[in-house]
Design a protein. Structure first.
Ligand code: AMP
Length: 250
């Protein structure tokens, strides 16, 4: 069984982002970039399925700038077998990425595609759903548990009302939620080994997909600054202050 994992290079989650002065976007100059945390969870899950003998090959794919190679190498160091880097000079949007992933899937014929539930830069939470629609495959989004047996993926989903468990015939799309697993750290020997693992480079044009943005970014603004908090001496003072601020309803 082959698993394809889509991973996105994003601003590292520990960085407090700066909005460009002209409001045209987020300043990415000299900013630490890393694998999107939900994609790390997807890579970890794929590797675990391989370690359990369920999967035979884990292929990782990323669409973006040439620098996304670092992110793919990080996934190879975690244990993925090979990587595909699709470069584009455009800002990749969910629909474009989904079309590109569809083209990769038609070529690679995976049995399962794992994606993060959302990329923490644009918070779109769209790509997996769009990809499932484009491929006409079943989808299990926000997975907090995943098992595979007899050609069926059993996915426990984190939904507002609690947990929902569904069965999907393969091939299928699964997007990962936070509680699915805790991704491993790559060891130094594995980081070295990852340098020699196969990484194919292609362009979006080679896959016949036009990634020209369809969305126009109007402006990006930082959230209003919050006033600093204060320390209260007791729970009673907290309640009094909350009442005074109208934050507690009788
Ligand atoms: P989004 O719909 O943008 O919130 O992204 C959801 C998931 O789609 C991510 O966690 C990735 O698994 C995948 N994805 C989004 N953008 C890319 C990209 N440029 N390259 C590879 N995978 C991506």
């Amino acid at each position: 069984m082959k698993i394809l994992v889509a991973i996105k290079r994003v601003v590292d989650s520990s960085i407090s982002i700066r909005v460009k002065a002209d409001g045209s976007g987020v300043d990415l100059d000299n900013v630490k970039m890393s694998m999107n945390p939900f994609c790390e969870i997807a890579v970890e899950q794929a590797i675990r399925l391989k370690e359990q003998g369920v999967a035979t090959e884990v292929v990782v794919v990323s669409i973006g700038a040439a620098k996304a190679e670092d992110t793919l190498r990080a996934a190879l160091a975690m244990g993925a077998d090979r990587a595909i880097l699709v470069t584009t000079e455009h800002r990749a949007e969910p629909l474009g990425v989904a079309k590109l992933l569809r083209a990769v899937a038609l070529e690679e014929q995976p049995d399962l595609i794992l994606l993060g539930k959302q990329a923490i830069d644009d918070d779109a939470n769209q790509t997996g759903q769009m990809l499932a629609a484009l491929l006409n495959w079943g989808q299990g989004t926000f997975a907090s548990a995943l098992t595979i047996a007899d050609g069926i993926a059993t996915v426990t989903r984190e939904v507002d009302s609690g947990l929902q468990t569904i069965a999907l015939p393969l091939p299928a799309i699964v997007t990962t939620d936070l509680r699915l697993n805790t991704p491993r750290f790559a060891s130094l020997p594995n980081i070295m080994k990852a340098r020699a693992k196969p990484l194919r480079k292609a362009t979006a044009e080679e896959f016949g997909v036009d990634l020209t943005p369809r969305l126009k970014l109007l402006s990006v603004e930082a959230p209003p600054k919050r006033p600093p908090g204060i320390k209260v001496a007791s729970a009673a003072e907290l309640v009094t202050r909350l009442k005074a601020a109208g934050a507690l309803t009788p």
